[in-house]
Design a binder for this molecule. Structure first.
Ligand code: NAD
Length: 486
């Protein structure tokens, strides 16, 4: 362990590192030991952060984009040197395997800063328009320019699964566009985010441009949603809380970027490569124990290959090492908290009570920590709650279909629409199925995605898109400026 449990963690408000009167324990779900003590921000401190962000806005938005991006580039270079040392802390507080911490969480965080180090021209001129004479003026050519302006103060509220990656994906485009930010990480694992913001603070962002508050409950985040000084909420988390934030923020007409829950469908056609599809599905278990919004947890398989898919999945689940997340050969680590572990177990039990059969797993291993064994539920129908509910744990459900039109209907029979997958022997047919899915993102014959592809959800999975240039669009207001041609 290369972090100190007794380290002092503070909030960043208006360029000052501020202590709190209370702290709370952060628990390693792998060992159930204390990792450190997080600062507990008061509502007043959340409001102070909003005031500081508002105070810094005028000068930051007037700073040329090239200068803002140069600071992001400086930050990326410093992060490249300093992030690797954070891996043990990220591993311990999230409970992810050390491999996931080192090879997924930290590089993805860095990639998000590196992309936005290059300024982009996001403004667009319109073709001049020949206006006829009106009561407002004579005939003539009318010009207009479409500018993208920063939205203002953005509160970035994030979930527990990939703490610094989620924050980096929000603040890098927001800062590049000239917004100021208040970071509010998830209560379960905010410590590496604090260390990450300390690194950013060394780079020289002006005071108040980046602020950080942390709290064990919803109060500090909720104060930001209520604040008139905050113009936008960039939220990643559950659809339940996202809905509440939209309702609550409506009173002050908040702009929203909502990245919410998912129950990823994976369609397997009769002619698909079953072995490859099974490897992809096993990522639900082996990649952060299914605590991934894009995970392919809902398998929809042609009846002719149903049984062999079930058999292969059972064998794959049994082959995965569940255990100490710090050991390099461990593939399935714990869930983030006892609460989340108990919730997933209760959902499995309810599914079984309502008719599902456990093909593998369904129980917890006999060891310290908040683990659930890789689980596959069979004998389920498309409307069953286990097929509809997001578990956010290592649980896969599998449903058979007879024709591809029915497969599309089953996939679309969900409140969610974040990330879906198609496994098909014919790429052209696979792409055609993809376009029929009500899903913000679809992958065909693979689980990877282009890092600059727009990311976001249909239906209850969210509102808006980020990543790449779409991230700059997400954190901007469109402004039209008109003038007559002379
Ligand atoms: P959550 O919704 O419980 O919490 C997310 C954040 O909201 C936390 O920081 C929490 O403190 C804060 N919060 C809670 N109540 C609030 C309130 N009233 N006002 C303001 N902030 C409030 O989510 P979680 O359990 O941390 O994460 C799991 C969820 O996140 C899953 O549903 C998962 O699908 C989703 N997720 C989505 C994406 C995506 O990109 N679409 C990525 C990762 C996770």
């Amino acid at each position: 362990m290369s972090f100190n449990v007794d380290e002092d963690y503070k909030l960043l408000i208006g360029g000052e590192w501020v202590p709190t009167s209370a702290r709370y324990d952060i628990i390693d779900p792998n060992t159930t030991e204390v990792v450190g003590h997080a600062p507990e921000a008061s509502v007043q401190q959340a409001n102070d952060a909003a005031s500081a962000a508002k105070g810094a806005l005028k000068s930051w938005r007037a700073t040329p984009m090239a200068e803002r991006c140069a600071l992001l580039g400086k930050a990326a270079d410093l992060l490249a040197r300093r992030l690797p040392a954070l891996a043990p802390l990220v591993q311990a507080e999230t409970g992810s395997t050390i491999n996931v911490a080192e090879t997924m969480q930290l590089p993805a965080c860095l990639e998000r800063f590196n992309y936005y180090r290059n300024p982009q021209d996001v403004d667009e001129p319109l073709k001049p328009y020949a206006l006829g004479a009106t009561a407002l003026g004579p005939a003539g050519l009318q010009n207009a320019m479409v500018y993208r302006q920063p939205v203002g103060v953005v509160a970035c509220i994030t979930p527990y699964n990939f703490p610094i990656t989620n924050i980096a994906g929000k603040i890098a485009p927001a800062l590049a566009m000239g917004n100021t930010v208040i970071i509010k990480p998830a209560p379960q694992d905010p410590l590496a985010v604090i260390r990450f913001v300390e690194i950013l603070d060394e780079v020289g962002f002006p005071p108040g441009v980046i602020n950080l508050i942390v709290g064990s409950g919803p109060d500090a985040g909720s104060a930001l949603v209520d604040s008139k000084l905050v113009n936008m909420i960039s939220f990643t988390g559950s659809s339940l809380i996202g809905t509440r934030i939209i309702e609550q923020g409506g009173k002050t007409m908040k702009r929203n970027l909502m990245e919410l829950g998912g129950k990823g469908a994976l369609i397997m056609t009769a002619d698909c490569n079953v072995a490859n599809a099974v490897t992809a599905i096993a990522s639900v278990w082996a990649f952060h124990s299914g605590q991934i919004c894009t995970a392919p947890t809902r398998v929809i398989v042609h009846r002719s290959i149903y049984q062999q898919t079930v058999d292969r999945l059972v064998a794959a689940a049994k082959a995965l090492k569940v255990g100490d997340a710090r050991e390099r050969d461990t593939l399935v680590g714990p869930l983030v908290t006892k609460t989340q572990r108990d919730r997933v177990v209760a959902l499995i039990e309810r599914g079984v009570a309502e008719g599902a059969t456990v093909a593998v797993g369904g129980d917890v291993p006999d060891r310290v920590g908040y683990f659930v064994n890789p689980t596959l539920l069979v004998d389920v129908k498309p409307d069953d709650f286990v097929v509809q509910e997001e578990f956010f744990g290592p649980v896969v459900v599998i449903v058979p279909f007879d024709d591809e039109d029915e497969a599309v209907d089953i996939a679309n029979n969900s409140d969610y629409g974040l990330f879906s997958y198609v496994w098909c022997g014919d790429l052209g047919r696979g792409l055609s199925i993809a376009r029929q899915l009500e899903s913000g993102n679809v992958a065909v014959n693979g689980v990877q995605s282009h890092p600059q592809a727009p990311f976001g959800g249909f239906k209850m999975s969210g509102v808006g898109r980020d990543r790449g240039v779409f991230g700059l669009h997400a954190y901007s207001e469109v402004q039209a400026v008109n003038w007559p041609a002379v």
